[in-house]
Design a protein around this ligand. Structure first.
Ligand code: DP6
Length: 359
């Protein structure tokens, strides 16, 4: 597939109005995307667990209009929201080549999250994938030829990527790869693909408890962060390492070797932050409590032989990952030893999920 294949060639332009609604989850990367080229092309491949309960629910109502400008309103949790407008404007500009009907309609976009807005959880993956899916449903209703489910999913992921890179990994579950990698057949820089390799039962219902260490605004936007990989002294090695880690993880997902899983996932998280600490300008996005939690997890693992581990996004919050069969013990550990490091004691229990749903 090339970009060209995603251009809608002909469509029925007589439809006056309609409404579509999707719920789309967040995802947590195991091998991290950090660094991109022009047009949202990743510098390295990534793989993520799709989450189940942390979701964005978006309804798009479209009405035929006159004029040639983009026209849309956004409502976030019931209130009109101006702050999201520039992001959607950029998104529309990036995708209009592939969706030539965008200027012919007014779009009312009503969106809400199942997780608290001020939680510091990035909503761009769930938010952008939900809008991309709504637009794809609209496109499907306009289309004069049958759109297969595969083509629908692929283009939804392609569009979501143009909104926010990691969003292209939120359409399907349970594991999604984005970025060309030799060990994954059909992998692409243009969209996410469902990981079709063997997955050991150890990973069934894998748990992710998100410890909300810092609910503040992001210190560094992801776009600024990605750009810091240009001219970064360790960029080349880092991108090569991500390819190796993905190939290694593929074998680990098949064998169920949780010791190696922990090593790859924690090393990826720390490497992501190491890249930020060694860029120019440099950043430390972990907080003292992030480190306290990491040390507690390591001590608990040493003491109990548990396979609990952590991963991080570009922020201070900690995703605690563990197998379903350890749920009772790890939740006890979290409540007894980790919750005190969370802002207002807040954390969110989630687990690996199956992807987005039309409502
Ligand atoms: C650290 O997808 O938010 O979470 O493409 O600029 O929107 P943009 O970036 P974004 O970057 C996410 C980076 C990450 C790692 C990951 O999810 O792979």
């Amino acid at each position: 597939m090339t970009e060209h294949d995603f251009i809608l060639k002909s469509y029925n332009s007589n439809i006056e109005k309609g409404s579509v609604k999707w719920s789309s989850p967040s995802n947590i990367a195991l091998v991290k995307y950090w660094g991109k080229k022009e047009h949202q092309i990743p510098e390295n491949p990534s793989i993520s667990f799709t989450l189940s309960d942390c979701k964005t629910i978006t309804e798009v109502t479209f009405t035929k209009k006159e004029g040639n400008d983009f026209s849309f309103d956004i409502y976030f949790e019931g209130d009109k929201n101006e702050a999201f407008k520039p992001k959607i404007q950029t998104f529309f500009e990036r995708i209009e080549k592939y969706m030539p009907f965008l200027r012919a309609y007014h779009f009312k976009i009503e969106t809400s999250n199942t997780f608290p807005h001020s939680s510091g959880i990035a909503s761009s993956a769930s938010g952008m994938s939900a809008i991309a899916l709504c637009l794809m449903s609209i496109e499907r209703s306009f289309s004069e030829v049958e759109v297969t489910d595969k083509a629908f999913t692929q283009k939804a992921s392609f569009l979501a990527r143009l909104g926010s890179g990691s969003a292209c990994r939120s359409i399907e579950g349970e594991l999604v790869v984005w970025g060309k990698n030799e060990s994954i057949a059909d992998s692409s820089d243009l969209y996410g693909v469902k990981f079709e390799g063997e997955v050991h039962s150890n990973f069934k219902n894998y748990q992710d408890t998100i410890l909300l260490v810092d609910k503040g605004e992001k210190q560094v936007s992801s776009t600024v962060g990605h750009n810091l990989m240009y001219g970064h002294p360790f960029a080349k090695e880092r991108f090569a390492q991500a390819h190796d880690n993905l190939a290694k993880l593929k074998a680990v997902l098949a064998s169920g070797d949780l010791k190696q899983f922990v090593e790859i996932v924690e090393s990826e998280a720390l490497t992501l932050h190491a890249m930020m600490m060694t860029s120019m300008p440099y950043f430390i996005l972990m907080k003292p409590n992030t480190l306290e939690i990491i040390n507690k997890i390591w001590a608990y693992r040493a003491k109990t032989n548990s396979k609990v581990c952590f991963t991080l996004d570009a922020g201070a919050n900690v995703h605690v990952l563990y197998p379903d069969y350890e749920k009772e013990n790890v939740l006890e550990f979290i409540k007894n030893e980790l919750v005190s490091y969370c802002q207002n004691g807040h954390y969110i229990c989630d687990q690996i999920g199956l992807g987005a749903n039309q409502i």
